[in-house]
Design a protein around this ligand. Structure first.
Ligand SMILES: [Fe+2]
Length: 138
């Protein structure tokens, strides 16, 4: 493994997004995820065993200028809540993360780098319904 590949894999591994084939980060909602990561990473297109949960678990991304809002439309209670969001850029850079308690609203906000173009990936983790991911191309 080349040093650059190792660094990229380490960065993605820290976010739980070790989705690498060769040196390319594959489209998270592309065919590779749909075929290989069923019941590991959940998306709207591939909700696996949580098919009825996509609407309340796949993070919703809104972009206005450089501002990004990530929301999981999920109720929050002591026994069942959204634990954490992250926002990751196309090169694996973690732009930010927010950890929630059950008393919080599962909303997080980030600021994109000046002039950023390309894919952004939002993650959301439910304590009962696992790891969800949504993406958007800006
Ligand atoms: Fe849940």
């Amino acid at each position: 493994m080349k040093r650059r590949d190792f660094i990229k894999m380490s960065l993605l591994g820290a976010t739980g997004l070790a989705v690498i084939k060769g040196t390319e980060v594959m489209g998270y909602e592309g065919k590779w995820v749909d075929k290989k990561l069923t019941n590991i990473i959940y998306t709207r297109k591939n909700p696996g065993r949580w098919a009825k949960k996509a609407g309340s678990h796949a993070p919703v991304i809104e972009v206005k200028g450089r501002k990004v809002k990530v929301e999981t439309k999920h109720p929050m209670s002591e026994g069942h809540f959204i634990v954490r969001h992250t926002l990751v850029l196309k090169d694996g850079t973690v732009l930010g993360a927010k950890t929630f308690t059950y008393k919080d609203k599962p909303i997080s906000e980030y600021t994109l780098p000046e002039g950023y173009k390309g894919k952004i990936v939002a993650t959301s983790f439910c304590n009962l319904h696992d790891f969800w991911l949504s993406e958007m191309i800006i």
